[in-house]
Design a protein around this ligand. Structure first.
Ligand code: TMP
Length: 240
């Protein structure tokens, strides 16, 4: 399968059509942004790591019953995926307080919750991806109640699978963002990416941040953190 036409260029990926109208190729860039594009930079090699990590995690999730858009890794940066229409929601699961949650509620980063939380943001750059509740999602027609139910079920299942996997790597899964899409027949599948750009991952012992917060917060050691988290994933993932 080869790239035909560029359909879209996002902050971290480009999307291309292929000879098959039901399949697309996503191509991961090294570009990084934060705060709705206000902060811009590059993280050398990030595209390769995010592509390979996201694919490995999606293969693991598929094996455990979560449908995803993943089809085949084509190269270091390129992956063949099923064409979906993206449900314009950022689905955020949290196990530990951090980031916007800590800021919004005045809670120390690192507070471990008894049970995971979920929240939704409306994916809309012009509005700054505002928080949105389930009634509002239905009211403005972003998803119907059955779709929201499926998305929540998958998101919490992904959390259980990933928490256990990352724990085996000596990493705490603090929080993460998922996006879902709909296939032509309406089936909901996990889409977009799962990577250090979209997860908070802390070393279980030292609590060192091994994710994009190093870029967002100018902590330094960004590339090293991406390489370290990829190395741990490769050492512990079973592709059997
Ligand atoms: P937050 O604490 O800033 O709301 O972020 C929660 C999680 O979502 C964190 O793991 C980073 C991820 N995230 C994205 O993937 N994309 C985004 O645009 C934002 C704001 C957060």
């Amino acid at each position: 399968m080869t790239k035909k036409e560029q359909l879209y260029e996002g902050k971290a990926k480009k999307v291309f059509t292929t000879e098959d109208p039901s399949l697309l190729i996503v191509s991961y860039k090294d570009d990084a942004t934060a705060f709705n594009g206000l902060k811009k930079g590059t993280i050398a090699g990030k595209g390769i790591i995010n592509n390979r990590m996201s694919n490995a995690l999606m293969r693991m999730l598929e094996k455990k019953g979560i449908p995803t858009h993943y089809v085949e890794e084509l190269s270091d940066r390129d992956t063949l995926v099923k064409k979906v229409s993206i449900v314009p929601l950022e689905v955020i699961i949290r196990n530990i307080a951090a980031g916007s949650f800590s800021k919004r509620y005045g809670v120390d980063e690192g507070l471990v919750f008894d049970s995971p939380t979920i929240e939704f943001s409306y994916k809309n750059d012009a509005l700054g991806d505002p928080l949105i509740n389930e009634y509002h999602i239905v009211a403005i027609g972003l998803a119907d109640p059955t779709e929201i139910y499926t998305i929540k079920r998958y998101a919490f299942a992904v959390n259980e699978i990933m928490k256990e996997f990352w724990a085996s790597c000596g990493v705490m899964l603090v929080d993460f963002k998922l996006e879902f899409g709909k296939l032509a027949d309406g089936t909901i599948v996990l889409a977009d990416e799962i990577s250090p750009d979209t997860c908070r991952l802390w070393d279980s012992v030292t609590k060192e941040k091994l994710d994009k917060d190093r870029f967002r917060r100018d902590l330094g050691g960004v590339e090293d953190a991406y390489h370290e988290i990829m190395k741990r994933l490769e050492e512990h993932i079973s592709e059997a």
